[in-house]
Write a protein of this length. Structure first.
Length: 475
């Protein structure tokens, strides 16, 4: 069924029908559509556009449709253009012609954007809960390895020794930023577009504030034209989802490296690995690889929507039919990916001995020499040069920094004394970095505690927003 056609003399060509049809992907908005229609109906009754008796019949029919949609008894069919026409068809089937009266005072333009915004509010909260669970898994692993010393890497080369807990918990911090972005998105986008009509508002719905409050929004958008044409909320959501994807990709890349024979840092559970169809010995880190691979999909979805939006004039344009599938795809993929990554992280067995083995290779303690000299009044630029000379001496002699004879130290620079050797071990190097952002086990433990405290606050905010929308039919 279509919601237009009176001024047309011929039916649309089948090619046009196929191009215009969106019900096969926008049907997932049906529960939100029912909720919006229930609120809209209540306002139409208040404005005496629909009688009390007809209103009761329509409300009963909408609630029946909600239940039937939930069970699968009612769904779209080949005659439906979109979710809106399918719902109206269902109402007319139950109530007769009065079912079409629900359309008074609203347009598909403001209806679909309201449905879509409610869908994203709901599903970004669902994503938030899964991210919170992943952060918990990362923090649990981090706390196990507060005393484990590892080699830090820059440029994928050995850098300075660190606490392995810090290496793991850096992902918790990044994901916590993602949660913060989602909460910020929730605050900024809790304004209802409903009541904008096609673009100019409607005299049949003079109080959009009532609809906003009933739907759980904090208020009403400021401009009816912007209300129907705005898809900033969708693009912003796709950016957040893409950033989550990038962060999951980084986790995936590290697990791929760590589980290789060359690193041999971690054993990934069989439950989160696959094998080879030809090589019986293989155990592949497929969850990690898929986390890495799907980031391209999330970035592509963001790019696709931004290109759609970049040149749209005035109010609503049909181009905006292309707004939903990228969002739906990114949401679907994250809802599949996040539990798998969380499972991989929570069941991973890290090999402490192997992790610590390389912490002092590749002259990773050279910075300790520069710091030692800087504390004794040597300009750091000069101290840096001296440390480099120490490295060169070791390379020439095929020894490590802590093996430089004391007599040779004083030849390299007179400020280098025998007590320097006390600083040239990984435990001393890590323990010395006690600032709030440092890598000492105490500093990292405090950092993880802060992460957990911040996560509790975010979880409370998630619960608060969920409570605000707890009356939704979709819940």
């Amino acid at each position: 069924m279509t919601l237009w056609g009176g001024r047309f003399s011929i039916d649309p060509d089948q090619a046009m029908v196929a191009l215009s049809r969106s019900v096969h992907f926008d049907w997932r908005l049906a529960p939100y559509e029912i909720e919006v229609n229930l609120v809209h109906l209540s306002n139409l009754i208040s404005e005496k556009v629909i009688s009390e008796n007809d209103g009761k019949d329509l409300k009963k029919a909408l609630l029946e449709l909600a239940q039937e949609i939930g069970t699968g008894k009612f769904s779209f069919d080949a005659s439906d253009e979109d979710v809106h026409s399918a719902i109206e068809r269902g109402l007319i089937a139950k109530c007769g012609d009065i079912g079409g009266s629900i359309r008074a005072g609203r347009s598909r333009n403001d209806l679909v954007v309201t449905d879509f915004k409610l869908y994203l509010i709901d599903h970004l909260l669902e994503v938030s809960v899964l991210i919170s669970e992943l952060i918990d898994a990362l923090n649990t692993q981090s706390k196990i390895h507060l005393k484990t010393i590892a080699s830090g890497f820059t440029h994928t080369q050995h850098a300075q020794p660190i606490t392995f807990a810090q290496e793991i918990s850096k992902h918790s911090v990044a994901l916590l930023r993602d949660l913060d972005r989602i909460m910020d998105w929730q605050r900024r986008n809790s304004y209802s577009p409903f009541g904008a009509g096609a673009l100019a508002g409607s005299p049949l719905q003079p109080n959009p504030e009532n609809s906003a409050k009933e739907l759980g929004f904090e208020g009403v958008m400021a401009n009816s034209i912007d209300a129907v044409s705005d898809r900033d909320f969708a693009a912003e959501a796709l950016f957040i989802l893409a950033m989550i994807g990038v962060h999951l990709s980084r986790i995936g890349e590290e697990f791929v490296l760590w589980s290789s024979a060359e690193f041999n840092y971690v054993e990934i559970s069989d439950a989160y690995s696959t094998g080879s169809s030809i090589m019986p010995q293989k155990k592949n880190a497929d969850v990690a690889e898929l986390a890495r691979g799907k980031s391209g999909r999330f970035i592509g979805n963001l790019t696709a929507l931004l290109v759609v939006l970049k040149g749209l004039p005035f109010a609503y344009n049909r181009d905006l039919q292309e707004d939903k599938e990228p969002v739906f795809d990114s949401i679907d993929q994250l809802l599949i990916l996040l539990p798998a990554v969380t499972g991989m992280v929570s069941t991973a067995k890290f090999k402490t001995e192997n992790i610590s083995k390389g912490a002092d290779v590749a002259f990773s303690l050279a910075t300790e020499i520069a710091d030692y000299l800087a504390k004794r009044g040597v300009a750091f630029a000069q101290a840096h040069e001296v440390a480099g000379k120490c490295v060169r001496y070791c390379e020439e002699q095929s020894i490590q920094l802590h093996e430089i004879p004391v007599v040779e130290l004083s030849k390299i620079h007179p400020a280098l004394k025998g007590d320097l050797l006390d600083h040239l071990n990984v435990q001393a190097a890590v323990s010395a970095r006690t600032s709030s952002i440092g890598t000492s086990s105490g500093s990292v433990e405090k950092s993880i505690n802060h992460i957990e405290s911040d996560l509790k606050k975010v979880n409370k905010e998630i619960s608060r927003i969920q409570e605000r929308f707890s009356g939704m039919i979709s819940q």
